[in-house]
Design a protein around this ligand. Sequence first.
Ligand code: NAP
Length: 480
Amino acid sequence: MTPAKRKITVLPGDGIGPEVVDAALAIIKATNVAVEFDICEAGARAFQKGIKTGIPQETVNSIERTRVVLKGPLETPIGYGNRSANVTLRTLFETYGNIRPVRELPGVQTAFTGRKLDIVIVRENIEDLYAGIEYMQTPGVAEGLKIISREGCEKIVKLAFAFAIAEGRKSVHCATKSNIMKLTEGLLQHTFEEFAPQYPSIQSRHILIDNCAHQLAMRPEQFDVIVTTNMNGDILSDLTSGLTGGLGFAPSANIGNEVSIFEAVHGSAPDIAGKNKANPTALVLSAAMMLRHIGEGKAANDVEQAVLVTLESGIRTSDMIGVQNPASTTAFTEAVISNLGKRSQVSPPKEYKEVDLPAREIGVNAVHAKSRRVIGVDIYVESELEPKALAASLEASSKPSVLRLEMISNRGAMVFPGPDRRVSLVDHFRCRFVSREPASDLDDADIISLLTAVGAKHRWMHIEKLQDFDGAPAFSKSQI
Ligand code: NAP
């Protein structure tokens, strides 16, 4: 009996999507691997049909069945609401880890040619500022919440190390801005430093994200795997694709607990859509990552090697620097198919092991503190008063309260108490109140009565409780 074929959901997507996805499917078919494609709709056409998420229910059902997706780029057309179908897919199937490898490719000329770059960015894919939780706090001041969880950090750190081991890599850098964002970015650094000793075969090092960007431009060959938060990873991975030839060559995998989605880093490139000009390499290399993920390592190697051999033979697409007679998308694809089974002269297949990721429970994850107290509250107030006048008013309002005004900051800089400062102010003040009894644990009634008193005189936008967990403050101090 012939074994059942592994089903894969395919989303051709928008713009150049169908052209590069067709190229990848033709190459996969030519490897004779036992897979079957379920072609589904997502993106612009779904939005135009009135599907608000851009992802029809039939597509969701297919992904739930197959758990593996090969995807073209999806547009979010203007005028159909501003939800991104890409973000919906990532969130719906919790693909928490985004793996973006780049490497020097034969014949792809860059400023770094000859330096044998082979770098993987492992980007947290769900949390951070990309959760998109934003508010206009006053008509002139916007706020976005940067949410980073211990759970999210643990998953991405373990994925980075598991991936490094599976690929026989030597080092993992953790890139954060923990010197400024000690609690959010710091949580990734601390989680990384806690788990790194469990992987003694891999060198581990923390690096500040700005230095990492500088080092990537100066000496990129020092990097192997870089694990980082969502926005940092988004920016760094576009930078690393630029180091090795551009978006036409950058594949990616979105790894989840249950579902994984493989796609090129590039978008729908509407300017070249339908012209048979798009470089299919990024999507074809994403397809190779997908084949490896489903256990078809030989087919994955064959596809990767055929791409390398094609580039070594001098065939070029129009996005490559210095190209004279570019090959069309279909001509490039045919060349790759004709090279299946051949091996690259410069870059033979690597040894890969299965990525060994511990299964995780779905549900509410919590980290428990042994002790915790509420020691104060930050009340965010909209006011056009000067800091001293605002402080006098708040001190009067809080006189009967068990909390006292400790300080006021404006855009992070402390403006009360202390001498007048030459800083430009906006109508958005963080007013910090702390318990008059340092050892006490405030209850909600204390905070609500203070809020009522402050609210009688001033417009407030939101509050944050000041807590301490296990004796350590669980909030940031103001920048002096
Ligand atoms: P883009 O589609 O990546 O295209 C930027 C430029 O890069 C193109 O105009 C083209 O440059 C070049 N390019 C990209 N891929 C190429 C390829 N395979 N072959 C040859 N050249 C390629 O970025 P964008 O214009 O900012 O975004 C367009 C749409 O795509 C937007 O709606 C965006 O939301 C969406 N998008 C989707 C995804 C996704 O689905 N994951 C990701 C990013 C963007 P030339 O002008 O030199 O031809």
